[in-house]
Design a protein around this ligand. Structure first.
Ligand SMILES: [Zn+2]
Length: 315
């Protein structure tokens, strides 16, 4: 444990349990997740699930070592029928990873639920994870079937399928009752090959046994984590790691900062509207109940509002 610890907010920190075949990442989001959620007027259960999806996307996206994007999208038949989180990185851990999120849901269906679990909010469908690897590379896409499971279980299935890696994920989000500010956090551990340390005489079977036993220990510790510990602003991410894995010790690597962002602009909205026919645009402007004559567009991600007249496109 190093002594020059600084409190790290809005960041993901990769780590390794000392002398064990387990690696991981921890994420803590304070103002960055609040920035995303305050732009949307989501009911609390929806906001909470969106926050957890942002944490998961950050856990996955931060391992991208090139300029690219990672997108998690769910398409399901539950009250929250679509959720998109978009993570951008320039591949340099010194620069912040950036994310934005958007959700579509049915308020009445949310209110009708007896139990507001992730699984019930999502329902059945699929989660699609896309990695955009830049211009000259093909996108990677992984699909996980969602059938009454939560995001943690979906992430574990994804890693099992795509990387054949034993993975365990914890995600949590919380709104402070007084300040009404959101915080979110997550922890992921993965089983990696055992190296045997100084004991080079170990054979393959013995190394496998070590790997498995390290993994079982890490899993048992993961089970002890309470949701509030993952989001507690008074106990930062590194401290939580040291508390959890103090027996063996934990080595933290360079953290990567995380921040909320959006890509929308006048030019992008104009481009989107130019895809419609002029008649459709005239109709959109006429049917605007709040300001007839103007086409009104809200950005699904940041909530910024745009207005155009149909005549604007008449050239
Ligand atoms: Zn926007």
């Amino acid at each position: 444990m190093s002594e020059d610890l600084v409190k790290i907010d809005n960041a993901v920190i990769p780590f390794r349990i000392e002398g064990a075949a387990v690696r991981g990442e921890i994420v803590r989001l304070n103002s960055a997740i609040d920035d995303v959620l305050k732009n949307h007027n989501y009911p609390k259960p929806i906001a909470k699930l969106v926050a957890k999806a942002v944490v998961l996307t950050s856990l996955l996206g931060s391992s991208i070592k090139f300029k690219g994007r990672l997108i998690i999208q769910t398409q399901t038949n539950g009250p929250l029928n679509m959720l998109v989180v978009d993570y951008h990185t320039d591949g340099n851990y010194k620069n912040a990873g950036k994310f934005r999120a958007s959700a579509r849901f049915d308020d009445d269906k949310v209110n009708a639920l007896d139990e507001l679990s992730d699984a019930n909010l999502l329902g059945a469908g699929q989660m699609i994870i896309t990695i955009d690897q830049g211009e000259n590379m093909q996108d990677y896409q992984g699909i996980v079937a969602l059938d009454n499971i939560d995001l943690e279980a979906a992430a574990e299935l994804y890693f099992g399928k795509s990387a054949q890696m034993l993975t365990q994920v914890r995600l949590a989000a919380n709104i402070n009752a007084d300040s009404q500010q959101w915080t979110a956090g997550g922890l992921m551990v993965q089983s990696v090959a055992a190296e045997g340390g100084t004991n080079t005489s170990l054979n393959e079977i013995e190394l496998k046994e070590i790997q498995l036993s390290d993994w079982e220990n890490a899993r048992a510790l993961m089970k002890t984590i309470k949701d509030f510990e993952l989001t507690d602003p008074k106990n930062d991410a590194q401290n939580l790691l040291f508390q959890l894995f103090h027996e063996k010790g934990v080595r933290c690597y360079q953290p990567q900062e995380l921040e909320a962002f959006c890509q929308c602009s006048d030019a992008r909205i104009e481009d989107m509207l130019s895809q419609f026919g002029q008649e459709e645009r005239v109709e959109m402007a006429q049917n605007n109940p709040n300001k007839p004559g103007f086409i009104h567009v809200d950005c699904d991600f940041c909530g910024k509002q745009y207005e155009f007249t149909a005549e604007y496109f008449e050239q």
